[in-house]
Write a protein that binds this ligand. Structure first.
Ligand code: SF4
Ligand code: SF4
Length: 338
């Protein structure tokens, strides 16, 4: 396995990290085998979240016993100091460890959320205190809206890493953020390296990301076989050959434009439909085989896709010209079922 320094954290992390979403759907026993195998093969970076149901507990069940081999990253949607302090404690308890290497502000997507998190009584203050107390070692941010993350990195030099969807499909729109991360020496963690499962050929897709010298990729894994094949890519992340690049480009082009990039330009919907969130959950349903979890999360949304009155305003604003109304109706048909 090859390793890289994760920006100003100074952490030496495997170029292939472990994305902790899919492990939710396997048994505790299977999770143990998967995580043990990942460590054995040199994967040392594990990313989970407070919001991923039992993912912290499943990863922690192995990592706590092999603590010195693992770099643990988790994250919370808390925006206030009090709520973040409580979540840090919960993460430590779920993981069963006495410190966490990287704690991230999860899915910061607008000015309001960032201002709240950075306020004196905001989540960042709790992260700073936890860092002083040795409960966490480093602080990062995650999100899907790249323009906004550029702004976040400009605003606070306390953010040591940035995690966002970076893959062959979302290449052009990632460049400004990659450049900003380079400027401020923030570690780059590429989530959704296979574009939410849309890219089928993992080898070239992951090596494409690793051509960027500061990035690591964190594909989600839920089988020992996936761990082994991803680890092999991390052993030898050669740049793509001309032919591989051509094939990957063809695959990207083949995905067409019917693919939500979660840029949020379509928001707000006058009826309150959280369009990108619906498509994100639908992606978990259709591509990640997380049907129950996706339906449960969808069930928690205040406004369902079925509230769409087909005004069409969102489609006028979508830079990818997605047929949002049709896509919402299809997503609702899948996610609304019990
Ligand atoms: S078409 Fe539907 S989802 Fe789009 S803005 Fe109108 S009500 Fe909202
Ligand atoms: S539907 Fe279009 S505008 Fe809305 S988040 Fe997705 S890609 Fe962006």
């Amino acid at each position: 396995m090859k390793y890289r320094i994760l920006g100003k954290t100074g952490l030496k992390v495997s170029v292939i990290g472990f994305g902790g979403i899919p492990i939710q759907r396997v048994s505790e026993q299977a999770a143990v085998q998967i995580v043990e195998r990942a460590l054995d093969l040199g994967i040392n970076f594990f990313d989970t979240a407070r919001g991923y149901t039992d993912s912290e507990a499943k990863l922690g069940s192995v990592l706590k016993g092999r603590r010195t081999e693992a770099i643990i990253a988790t994250k919370s949607m808390a925006r206030t100091k009090e709520a973040m302090a409580a979540d840090i404690k919960k993460s430590l308890a779920e993981l069963g460890v006495d410190y966490i290497d990287l704690y991230q502000l999860h899915n910061v997507k607008d000015e309001n959320a960032l201002n709240q998190a950075l306020a004196p009584d905001g989540a960042l203050a709790a992260l700073q205190e936890a860092k002083k107390e040795g409960l966490i070692r480093h602080i990062g941010i995650t999100g899907h809206i790249k323009d906004f993350l550029v702004k976040a990195l400009k605003t606070s030099d306390l953010l040591e890493t940035v995690q966002f969807p970076f893959n062959a499909v979302e290449d052009a729109e990632s460049r400004e953020l990659l450049e900003m991360a380079r400027k401020v020496n923030a570690g780059v963690i590429a989530m959704k390296p296979l574009a939410g499962g849309a890219l089928k050929n993992a080898g070239p897709a992951l090596r494409f990301i690793l051509e960027h010298p500061a990035a690591i990729a964190i594909p989600g894994m839920d089988t020992v076989e996936q761990v082994e094949s991803n680890a092999r890519i991390g052993d030898n992340p050669e740049p793509l050959t001309g032919l591989e690049r051509e094939l990957l480009n063809k695959e990207v082009v083949g995905l067409g434009t019917a693919f939500c990039r979660r840029c949020e330009y379509c928001q707000p919907c006058p009826e309150g439909v959280e369009i990108p969130m619906v498509f994100l959950l639908d992606g978990y349903f259709t591509r990640y085989n997380l049907q129950n979890w996706a339906r449960q999360r969808y069930g928690e949304l205040k406004v369902k896709a079925s509230s769409c009155v087909e005004c069409g305003q969102c489609e006028e604003k979508c830079p990818y010209e997605l047929p949002i109304r049709k896509m919402l109706a299809e997503a609702a048909a899948r996610l609304d079922k019990q």
